[in-house]
Design a protein around this ligand. Structure first.
Ligand SMILES: Cc1cc2nc3c(=O)[nH]c(=O)nc-3n(C[C@H](O)[C@H](O)[C@H](O)COP(=O)(O)O)c2cc1C
Length: 131
């Protein structure tokens, strides 16, 4: 048996008060590009959902930093599994505002990006988007 080359981790957390989400996105884009980590970060109404995936050691190191970051709390791992191939071959951020006029466009983009994601992951994002 060979070990699948990638680890995919999916979690939810609550944003701490007064946090600059754009700053997190900038920092993450930069680090993840360097580290070979891909995924998706969703932020809405104070709730984060994030998938990170990549080589086991990169995901472990990235998640160790994320898990101790005081900018969020109540972190809950929703799934943590080995994958044969990346299901999020890019890293991006979707920031949704309830009732905004571009919700349909956002959902369409999300759907494309979640096309290959496991059901549990797709469901969690879709529920968040429809809240
Ligand atoms: C919700 C959330 C998601 C984050 N996602 C990432 C990420 O995908 N990659 C990353 O390197 N840091 C991420 N961070 C930031 C890390 O916790 C940490 O601050 C950062 O990696 C430190 O990098 P630096 O030493 O280059 O400043 C995230 C933080 C939060 C609160």
């Amino acid at each position: 048996m060979t070990t699948p080359p990638f680890r995919q981790l999916f979690y939810a957390s609550r944003c701490a008060p007064g946090v600059d989400v754009d700053r997190i996105v900038q920092q993450s884009r930069h680090n993840n590009a360097v580290d070979g980590v891909t995924g998706l970060l969703w932020y809405q109404d104070g709730l984060f959902l994030q998938v990170i995936e990549g080589p086991e050691s990169s995901v472990a190191a990235t998640f160790a930093r994320i898990a101790t970051d005081p900018r969020h709390e109540e972190l809950t791992i929703l799934s943590d599994r080995p994958v044969e191939a990346r299901e999020f071959g890019y890293w991006s951020m979707e920031r949704a505002q309830k009732g905004s006029s571009d919700t349909d466009a956002l959902l369409a983009r999300l759907e494309r990006r979640l096309a290959n994601a496991p059901d549990a992951v797709r469901q969690a994002f879709t529920d968040a988007a429809n809240r």
